[in-house]
Ligand binder design. Sequence first.
Ligand code: G6P
Length: 374
Amino acid sequence: EQINKGNYEHYMQKEIHEQPESLKTTMRGRLIRGGSCKAKTVLLGGLKDHFKTIRRSRRIVFIGCGTSYNAALAARPILEELSGVPVTMEIASDLLDRQGPIYREDTAVFVSQSGETADTLNALEYALENGALCVGITNTVGSAIARRTHCGVHINAGAEIGVASTKAYTSQIVVMAMLALAIGGDAISSQTRREAIIDGLFDLPNKVREVLKLDQEMKDLAKLLIAEQSLLVFGRGYNYATALEGALKVKEVALMHSEGMLAGEMKHGPLALVDENLTIIVIATRDSCFSKQQSVIQQLHARKGRLIVMCSKGDAVSACPGGFGRVIEVPQVEDCLQPVINIVPLQLLAYHLTVLRGYNVDQPRNLAKSVTTQ
Ligand code: G6P
Protein backbone atom coordinates (compact mmCIF):
# COMPACT_ATOMS: atom_id res chain seq x y z
CA GLU A 1 0.00 0.00 0.00
CA GLN A 2 2.80 2.35 1.01
CA ILE A 3 4.52 1.70 -2.34
CA ASN A 4 1.46 2.75 -4.30
CA LYS A 5 1.31 6.01 -2.40
CA GLY A 6 4.86 6.79 -3.48
CA ASN A 7 6.18 9.67 -1.39
CA TYR A 8 2.73 10.74 -0.31
CA GLU A 9 0.95 10.24 3.00
CA HIS A 10 -2.45 9.55 1.50
CA TYR A 11 -3.99 8.48 -1.79
CA MET A 12 -6.04 11.66 -2.00
CA GLN A 13 -2.88 13.75 -1.71
CA LYS A 14 -1.13 11.64 -4.35
CA GLU A 15 -4.10 11.84 -6.69
CA ILE A 16 -4.35 15.63 -6.33
CA HIS A 17 -0.66 16.01 -7.16
CA GLU A 18 -0.65 13.63 -10.10
CA GLN A 19 -3.24 15.66 -12.03
CA PRO A 20 -0.73 17.15 -14.50
CA GLU A 21 0.09 13.55 -15.53
CA SER A 22 -3.45 12.16 -15.41
CA LEU A 23 -4.69 15.02 -17.61
CA LYS A 24 -1.93 14.30 -20.12
CA THR A 25 -2.98 10.65 -20.25
CA THR A 26 -6.61 11.68 -20.72
CA MET A 27 -5.70 13.79 -23.75
CA ARG A 28 -3.04 11.50 -25.24
CA GLY A 29 -3.74 10.70 -28.89
CA ARG A 30 -6.99 12.65 -28.84
CA LEU A 31 -5.83 16.19 -29.58
CA ILE A 32 -4.32 16.93 -32.95
CA ARG A 33 -2.37 20.12 -33.53
CA GLY A 34 -0.98 19.85 -37.05
CA GLY A 35 1.30 22.16 -39.05
CA SER A 36 0.28 25.63 -40.20
CA CYS A 37 -2.30 24.46 -42.73
CA LYS A 38 -3.54 21.47 -40.75
CA ALA A 39 -6.59 22.14 -38.60
CA LYS A 40 -6.53 21.54 -34.89
CA THR A 41 -8.94 18.74 -34.12
CA VAL A 42 -10.12 16.24 -31.53
CA LEU A 43 -10.36 12.49 -32.05
CA LEU A 44 -12.68 10.47 -29.85
CA GLY A 45 -12.59 7.04 -31.45
CA GLY A 46 -15.30 5.52 -29.26
CA LEU A 47 -17.85 8.00 -30.58
CA LYS A 48 -16.85 8.30 -34.21
CA ASP A 49 -19.86 6.42 -35.60
CA HIS A 50 -22.31 8.38 -33.47
CA PHE A 51 -21.49 12.07 -33.92
CA LYS A 52 -24.17 12.53 -36.57
CA THR A 53 -26.85 11.16 -34.25
CA ILE A 54 -25.60 13.25 -31.33
CA ARG A 55 -25.61 16.46 -33.41
CA ARG A 56 -29.14 15.75 -34.58
CA SER A 57 -30.48 14.86 -31.15
CA ARG A 58 -33.21 16.97 -29.58
CA ARG A 59 -31.11 17.49 -26.46
CA ILE A 60 -28.13 16.14 -24.59
CA VAL A 61 -28.92 14.98 -21.03
CA PHE A 62 -26.06 14.53 -18.59
CA ILE A 63 -26.73 11.99 -15.86
CA GLY A 64 -24.52 11.21 -12.86
CA CYS A 65 -24.07 11.40 -9.08
CA GLY A 66 -21.74 13.29 -6.73
CA THR A 67 -18.50 14.51 -8.24
CA SER A 68 -19.33 13.06 -11.66
CA TYR A 69 -22.50 15.15 -11.79
CA ASN A 70 -20.48 18.23 -10.84
CA ALA A 71 -17.99 17.54 -13.65
CA ALA A 72 -20.82 17.43 -16.18
CA LEU A 73 -22.20 20.67 -14.76
CA ALA A 74 -18.79 22.29 -15.28
CA ALA A 75 -18.77 21.20 -18.93
CA ARG A 76 -22.36 22.13 -19.67
CA PRO A 77 -21.75 25.73 -20.82
CA ILE A 78 -19.12 24.77 -23.40
CA LEU A 79 -21.28 21.89 -24.66
CA GLU A 80 -24.17 24.33 -25.11
CA GLU A 81 -21.97 26.89 -26.81
CA LEU A 82 -20.23 24.60 -29.29
CA SER A 83 -22.87 21.95 -30.00
CA GLY A 84 -25.90 24.22 -30.38
CA VAL A 85 -27.93 21.37 -28.85
CA PRO A 86 -29.84 22.10 -25.60
CA VAL A 87 -28.08 20.47 -22.63
CA THR A 88 -29.93 19.46 -19.45
CA MET A 89 -28.67 17.92 -16.21
CA GLU A 90 -30.06 15.03 -14.18
CA ILE A 91 -28.94 13.64 -10.84
CA ALA A 92 -29.46 9.93 -11.48
CA SER A 93 -31.57 9.20 -8.38
CA ASP A 94 -33.80 12.22 -9.04
CA LEU A 95 -34.43 11.20 -12.65
CA LEU A 96 -35.50 7.78 -11.37
CA ASP A 97 -37.64 9.19 -8.55
CA ARG A 98 -39.52 11.35 -11.04
CA GLN A 99 -39.41 8.86 -13.90
CA GLY A 100 -38.49 12.02 -15.80
CA PRO A 101 -38.93 12.25 -19.57
CA ILE A 102 -36.23 10.65 -21.73
CA TYR A 103 -36.95 10.40 -25.45
CA ARG A 104 -35.71 8.42 -28.43
CA GLU A 105 -34.36 11.69 -29.85
CA ASP A 106 -32.22 12.33 -26.74
CA THR A 107 -28.54 11.66 -26.27
CA ALA A 108 -28.11 10.59 -22.64
CA VAL A 109 -24.53 10.89 -21.35
CA PHE A 110 -23.73 8.82 -18.25
CA VAL A 111 -20.78 10.14 -16.27
CA SER A 112 -19.27 7.84 -13.65
CA GLN A 113 -15.73 7.36 -12.39
CA SER A 114 -16.31 3.76 -11.31
CA GLY A 115 -18.85 2.89 -13.98
CA GLU A 116 -20.67 0.87 -11.30
CA THR A 117 -22.77 3.38 -9.33
CA ALA A 118 -26.20 1.78 -8.88
CA ASP A 119 -28.23 4.98 -9.31
CA THR A 120 -26.43 5.86 -12.55
CA LEU A 121 -26.66 2.30 -13.82
CA ASN A 122 -30.40 2.17 -13.10
CA ALA A 123 -30.89 5.50 -14.87
CA LEU A 124 -28.99 4.01 -17.82
CA GLU A 125 -31.35 1.02 -17.97
CA TYR A 126 -34.27 3.47 -17.86
CA ALA A 127 -32.83 5.56 -20.72
CA LEU A 128 -32.18 2.41 -22.76
CA GLU A 129 -35.80 1.36 -22.29
CA ASN A 130 -36.86 4.79 -23.51
CA GLY A 131 -34.78 4.45 -26.66
CA ALA A 132 -32.20 7.23 -26.11
CA LEU A 133 -28.69 7.03 -27.52
CA CYS A 134 -26.63 6.21 -24.40
CA VAL A 135 -23.04 7.43 -24.10
CA GLY A 136 -20.73 6.46 -21.22
CA ILE A 137 -17.91 8.53 -19.76
CA THR A 138 -16.13 6.33 -17.22
CA ASN A 139 -12.69 5.66 -15.79
CA THR A 140 -13.10 1.90 -15.68
CA VAL A 141 -12.72 -0.21 -18.80
CA GLY A 142 -15.19 -3.11 -18.74
CA SER A 143 -17.38 -1.54 -16.03
CA ALA A 144 -21.15 -2.06 -16.12
CA ILE A 145 -21.81 1.44 -17.49
CA ALA A 146 -19.07 1.07 -20.12
CA ARG A 147 -20.62 -2.24 -21.22
CA ARG A 148 -24.28 -1.22 -21.24
CA THR A 149 -23.93 2.12 -23.09
CA HIS A 150 -23.99 2.23 -26.90
CA CYS A 151 -20.68 4.07 -27.11
CA GLY A 152 -18.42 6.18 -24.95
CA VAL A 153 -15.10 7.63 -23.88
CA HIS A 154 -12.74 6.36 -21.19
CA ILE A 155 -11.19 9.17 -19.23
CA ASN A 156 -7.94 7.21 -18.68
CA ALA A 157 -7.13 9.01 -15.43
CA GLY A 158 -5.62 5.87 -13.86
CA ALA A 159 -6.95 4.07 -10.78
CA GLU A 160 -8.40 6.42 -8.20
CA ILE A 161 -8.24 5.00 -4.66
CA GLY A 162 -9.20 7.92 -2.38
CA VAL A 163 -12.95 7.92 -1.75
CA ALA A 164 -13.06 11.64 -2.53
CA SER A 165 -12.72 11.96 -6.28
CA THR A 166 -10.06 14.44 -7.43
CA LYS A 167 -8.11 13.50 -10.56
CA ALA A 168 -11.15 11.80 -12.11
CA TYR A 169 -13.07 15.09 -11.79
CA THR A 170 -10.55 17.12 -13.78
CA SER A 171 -10.18 14.36 -16.40
CA GLN A 172 -13.96 14.12 -16.77
CA ILE A 173 -14.18 17.87 -17.45
CA VAL A 174 -11.41 17.63 -20.04
CA VAL A 175 -13.14 14.71 -21.78
CA MET A 176 -16.40 16.63 -21.91
CA ALA A 177 -14.63 19.73 -23.27
CA MET A 178 -13.17 17.49 -25.99
CA LEU A 179 -16.66 16.08 -26.56
CA ALA A 180 -17.97 19.64 -27.05
CA LEU A 181 -15.20 20.31 -29.59
CA ALA A 182 -15.91 17.07 -31.43
CA ILE A 183 -19.69 17.58 -31.56
CA GLY A 184 -19.24 21.21 -32.57
CA GLY A 185 -17.63 20.15 -35.85
CA ASP A 186 -15.67 22.66 -37.90
CA ALA A 187 -17.98 25.64 -38.36
CA ILE A 188 -15.91 28.65 -39.48
CA SER A 189 -17.75 30.89 -37.01
CA SER A 190 -16.30 29.07 -34.00
CA GLN A 191 -12.88 28.22 -35.41
CA THR A 192 -10.90 30.77 -33.37
CA ARG A 193 -12.66 29.75 -30.20
CA ARG A 194 -12.09 26.04 -30.86
CA GLU A 195 -8.41 26.57 -31.57
CA ALA A 196 -8.01 28.61 -28.39
CA ILE A 197 -9.60 25.78 -26.38
CA ILE A 198 -7.35 23.16 -28.02
CA ASP A 199 -4.25 25.29 -27.29
CA GLY A 200 -5.57 25.70 -23.74
CA LEU A 201 -5.97 21.95 -23.37
CA PHE A 202 -2.39 21.34 -24.51
CA ASP A 203 -1.12 23.79 -21.91
CA LEU A 204 -3.47 22.68 -19.11
CA PRO A 205 -1.10 20.16 -17.42
CA ASN A 206 1.50 22.96 -17.06
CA LYS A 207 -1.06 25.30 -15.58
CA VAL A 208 -2.21 22.60 -13.13
CA ARG A 209 1.43 22.10 -12.12
CA GLU A 210 1.58 25.84 -11.45
CA VAL A 211 -1.58 25.94 -9.34
CA LEU A 212 -0.35 22.96 -7.28
CA LYS A 213 2.35 25.30 -5.95
CA LEU A 214 -0.38 26.77 -3.75
CA ASP A 215 -0.13 23.66 -1.54
CA GLN A 216 1.58 25.41 1.38
CA GLU A 217 -0.71 28.43 1.08
CA MET A 218 -3.74 26.13 1.28
CA LYS A 219 -2.25 24.37 4.30
CA ASP A 220 -1.86 27.76 6.01
CA LEU A 221 -5.44 28.63 5.13
CA ALA A 222 -6.62 25.27 6.49
CA LYS A 223 -4.92 26.11 9.82
CA LEU A 224 -6.99 29.30 9.99
CA LEU A 225 -10.23 27.49 9.12
CA ILE A 226 -9.71 24.40 11.26
CA ALA A 227 -12.43 25.23 13.79
CA GLU A 228 -15.04 26.73 11.45
CA GLN A 229 -18.61 25.50 11.80
CA SER A 230 -19.45 26.20 8.21
CA LEU A 231 -17.91 27.24 4.92
CA LEU A 232 -19.86 28.62 1.98
CA VAL A 233 -18.52 28.62 -1.57
CA PHE A 234 -20.03 30.98 -4.15
CA GLY A 235 -19.56 30.53 -7.88
CA ARG A 236 -21.43 31.16 -11.10
CA GLY A 237 -21.21 30.43 -14.83
CA TYR A 238 -18.37 28.04 -15.59
CA ASN A 239 -17.54 27.94 -11.89
CA TYR A 240 -20.91 27.17 -10.36
CA ALA A 241 -19.76 23.54 -10.51
CA THR A 242 -16.47 24.52 -8.82
CA ALA A 243 -18.46 25.90 -5.88
CA LEU A 244 -20.48 22.68 -5.58
CA GLU A 245 -17.46 20.43 -5.97
CA GLY A 246 -15.22 22.45 -3.61
CA ALA A 247 -17.92 22.32 -0.92
CA LEU A 248 -18.48 18.61 -1.54
CA LYS A 249 -14.76 17.92 -0.97
CA VAL A 250 -14.79 19.89 2.30
CA LYS A 251 -17.91 18.17 3.66
CA GLU A 252 -17.04 14.62 2.60
CA VAL A 253 -13.47 14.43 3.87
CA ALA A 254 -13.00 17.29 6.37
CA LEU A 255 -16.46 16.60 7.87
CA MET A 256 -17.18 20.33 8.00
CA HIS A 257 -20.52 21.73 6.93
CA SER A 258 -20.01 23.34 3.56
CA GLU A 259 -22.36 24.39 0.76
CA GLY A 260 -21.66 25.42 -2.78
CA MET A 261 -24.02 28.12 -3.98
CA LEU A 262 -24.91 29.85 -7.18
CA ALA A 263 -23.80 33.44 -6.60
CA GLY A 264 -26.77 34.71 -8.61
CA GLU A 265 -29.04 33.26 -5.93
CA MET A 266 -27.22 34.98 -3.06
CA LYS A 267 -29.80 37.71 -2.61
CA HIS A 268 -32.65 35.19 -2.68
CA GLY A 269 -31.84 33.64 0.69
CA PRO A 270 -28.18 32.89 1.51
CA LEU A 271 -27.43 36.57 2.23
CA ALA A 272 -29.43 36.23 5.46
CA LEU A 273 -26.71 33.90 6.80
CA VAL A 274 -23.89 36.39 6.34
CA ASP A 275 -22.29 38.07 9.32
CA GLU A 276 -18.78 38.46 10.79
CA ASN A 277 -18.76 34.79 11.84
CA LEU A 278 -19.31 33.29 8.41
CA THR A 279 -16.43 32.37 6.10
CA ILE A 280 -17.21 32.49 2.40
CA ILE A 281 -15.05 31.55 -0.54
CA VAL A 282 -16.00 33.52 -3.67
CA ILE A 283 -14.73 32.32 -7.01
CA ALA A 284 -14.07 35.40 -9.13
CA THR A 285 -11.59 34.44 -11.82
CA ARG A 286 -11.79 36.44 -15.06
CA ASP A 287 -14.64 35.54 -17.39
CA SER A 288 -17.85 37.14 -18.59
CA CYS A 289 -19.29 36.92 -15.05
CA PHE A 290 -16.42 38.82 -13.40
CA SER A 291 -18.17 42.16 -12.87
CA LYS A 292 -21.19 40.40 -11.35
CA GLN A 293 -18.86 38.60 -8.94
CA GLN A 294 -17.22 41.92 -8.03
CA SER A 295 -20.62 43.16 -6.97
CA VAL A 296 -21.29 39.96 -4.97
CA ILE A 297 -17.97 40.48 -3.17
CA GLN A 298 -18.96 44.07 -2.33
CA GLN A 299 -22.31 42.98 -0.94
CA LEU A 300 -20.80 40.20 1.17
CA HIS A 301 -18.15 42.62 2.46
CA ALA A 302 -20.86 45.15 3.36
CA ARG A 303 -22.47 42.43 5.53
CA LYS A 304 -19.08 41.78 7.16
CA GLY A 305 -18.68 38.25 5.79
CA ARG A 306 -15.16 36.82 6.18
CA LEU A 307 -14.13 36.60 2.56
CA ILE A 308 -11.65 34.44 0.71
CA VAL A 309 -11.58 35.45 -2.95
CA MET A 310 -10.22 33.21 -5.67
CA CYS A 311 -9.11 35.40 -8.57
CA SER A 312 -6.87 35.30 -11.61
CA LYS A 313 -3.16 35.95 -11.09
CA GLY A 314 -2.44 39.68 -10.78
CA ASP A 315 -6.11 40.51 -10.31
CA ALA A 316 -6.28 40.84 -6.51
CA VAL A 317 -6.90 44.59 -6.51
CA SER A 318 -9.82 44.46 -8.95
CA ALA A 319 -11.36 41.38 -7.35
CA CYS A 320 -10.94 42.55 -3.79
CA PRO A 321 -10.57 46.34 -3.73
CA GLY A 322 -9.34 47.85 -0.48
CA GLY A 323 -7.47 44.66 0.32
CA PHE A 324 -10.22 43.23 2.51
CA GLY A 325 -10.39 39.46 2.64
CA ARG A 326 -7.83 36.87 1.75
CA VAL A 327 -6.96 36.20 -1.87
CA ILE A 328 -6.08 32.96 -3.69
CA GLU A 329 -4.50 33.83 -7.04
CA VAL A 330 -4.65 31.15 -9.72
CA PRO A 331 -3.31 30.99 -13.28
CA GLN A 332 -5.80 32.11 -15.90
CA VAL A 333 -6.73 29.75 -18.73
CA GLU A 334 -9.46 29.68 -21.41
CA ASP A 335 -12.73 30.36 -19.53
CA CYS A 336 -14.30 26.94 -20.14
CA LEU A 337 -11.16 25.18 -18.81
CA GLN A 338 -10.86 27.40 -15.73
CA PRO A 339 -12.87 24.94 -13.55
CA VAL A 340 -9.99 22.45 -13.93
CA ILE A 341 -7.61 25.00 -12.39
CA ASN A 342 -9.96 26.46 -9.80
CA ILE A 343 -10.86 23.16 -8.14
CA VAL A 344 -7.23 22.33 -7.33
CA PRO A 345 -6.74 24.82 -4.43
CA LEU A 346 -10.08 23.66 -2.99
CA GLN A 347 -9.00 20.01 -3.21
CA LEU A 348 -5.79 20.97 -1.39
CA LEU A 349 -7.74 22.94 1.22
CA ALA A 350 -10.11 20.01 1.86
CA TYR A 351 -7.13 17.64 2.12
CA HIS A 352 -5.23 19.79 4.63
CA LEU A 353 -8.35 20.54 6.68
CA THR A 354 -8.96 16.80 6.97
CA VAL A 355 -5.42 16.01 8.12
CA LEU A 356 -5.39 18.92 10.58
CA ARG A 357 -8.78 17.95 11.99
CA GLY A 358 -7.51 14.39 12.42
CA TYR A 359 -9.96 12.59 10.15
CA ASN A 360 -9.45 9.68 7.81
CA VAL A 361 -8.56 11.20 4.42
CA ASP A 362 -8.92 8.19 2.16
CA GLN A 363 -11.87 6.50 3.91
CA PRO A 364 -14.26 9.17 5.21
CA ARG A 365 -16.78 7.79 7.67
CA ASN A 366 -20.04 6.45 6.21
CA LEU A 367 -18.92 6.83 2.58
CA ALA A 368 -17.90 4.34 -0.09
CA LYS A 369 -15.85 4.85 -3.23
CA SER A 370 -18.53 3.24 -5.30
CA VAL A 371 -22.13 3.00 -4.14
CA THR A 372 -23.43 -0.16 -5.78
CA THR A 373 -26.71 -0.40 -3.87
CA GLN A 374 -29.74 1.85 -4.09
C1 G6P B 1 -19.78 8.00 -4.32
C2 G6P B 1 -18.39 8.54 -4.09
C3 G6P B 1 -18.23 9.91 -4.76
C4 G6P B 1 -18.61 9.79 -6.23
C5 G6P B 1 -20.01 9.21 -6.41
C6 G6P B 1 -20.28 8.87 -7.87
O1 G6P B 1 -20.69 8.77 -3.60
O2 G6P B 1 -18.12 8.66 -2.71
O3 G6P B 1 -16.88 10.35 -4.65
O4 G6P B 1 -18.53 11.06 -6.84
O5 G6P B 1 -20.14 8.00 -5.69
O6 G6P B 1 -19.42 7.84 -8.24
P1 G6P B 1 -19.07 7.47 -9.73
O7 G6P B 1 -18.14 6.27 -9.63
O8 G6P B 1 -20.36 7.11 -10.39
O9 G6P B 1 -18.43 8.64 -10.35
